[in-house]
Design a protein around this ligand. Structure first.
Ligand code: FER
Length: 264
């Protein structure tokens, strides 16, 4: 992996990074359905396909990008316009070739964000997603898109509840993921000693571990605790504290920076 450009991280996002540009090529975003053996039903995901895909230059990397407790597979699309941010980065030559999958991380029959979002069965569904992701969604993506299938070509990141999932699932399955990002990770994040029980192994396998959180976020103690443990145990990671709270400007900023660092 190439050295991390810390200047990139210190810089605030450039004006217009999330504004639709008429003068560039645009990718597309589509909804797909796959059968989940884990849950026993069809499930939906959205997928961002970059402009020019497939370009005949080989297979693409895949970023799996997860939503928060109040969202579903459309949350990133509805609140962040990831296709605009990513199109702009492609046009400026700042992104490795990748498709971006937006799954539904609440792996249960009714996976809509309705009722009490903290019900035990709904929280458990965020845990069960691990098996839906590994054994249903990833195989679906890898057999229907022109994508690379090694761990070095898979990234997993998410916001809040999805940040906790990304850390839990990613760090628990380093044979599947080399690039992992937790944005404002929620209390579903495992205790550090369980999350990274073998720091040496994690350090050897990770291409990038990114932890970020808004300085005004009430959940920041979760990221603080994870960061402190990683530092104590010499697991290289990016620790990015940023202005803002538990909100979309923070997560859009995280996507802007994290996406540029992966698959390098
Ligand atoms: C909690 C507080 C917040 C929690 C989850 C969240 C599982 C998730 C927040 C979000 O996804 O925005 O105690 O416990």
């Amino acid at each position: 992996m190439s050295p991390i450009n810390y200047d990139l991280l210190r810089r605030v996002v450039p004006t217009g990074y999330d504004q639709y540009r008429d003068d560039i090529a645009h990718g597309k975003i589509e909804t797909v359905e796959y059968f989940s053996k884990t849950i026993g039903c069809k499930r939906r995901a959205m997928i961002y396909i970059p402009p020019g895909y497939p370009d005949g230059q080989g297979e693409y990397n895949v970023l799996y990008l997860l939503h928060g407790i109040g969202g579903d597979e459309e949350e990133w699309y509805n609140h962040a316009g990831p296709q605009v941010i990513l199109d702009n980065l492609y046009a400026d030559n700042k992104l490795a070739r990748m498709i971006v999958v937006l799954p539904n991380g609440r792996a249960m029959q009714n996976d809509r964000a309705e009722g009490n979002l903290f019900d035990a069965d709904k929280l458990k569904a965020f845990e069960d997603f691990e098996f839906d992701l590994l054994y249903d969604l990833i195989p679906y993506v890898e057999s229907n898109y022109t994508v690379l299938t090694r761990r070095e070509n898979r990234a997993l990141a998410g916001l809040s509840m999805g940040g906790g999932q990304s850390l839990n699932i990613g760090l628990g399955n380093l044979d599947h993921f080399a690039w992992i990002g937790g944005f404002s990770s929620a209390p579903n994040t495992k205790e550090p000693e369980l999350l990274v029980s073998n720091p040496e192994d994690a350090a050897a396998k990770l291409s990038l571990l990114w932890l970020s959180c808004g300085l005004l976020d009430n959940l920041k103690h979760v990221s603080d605790r994870t960061h402190a443990y990683l530092e104590r145990n010499d697991v290289p990671h990016i620790w990015y504290e940023e202005s803002g709270g538990h909100d979309w400007p923070v997560w859009k900023n995280d996507l802007y920076h994290f996406s540029q660092l992966i698959f390098r």
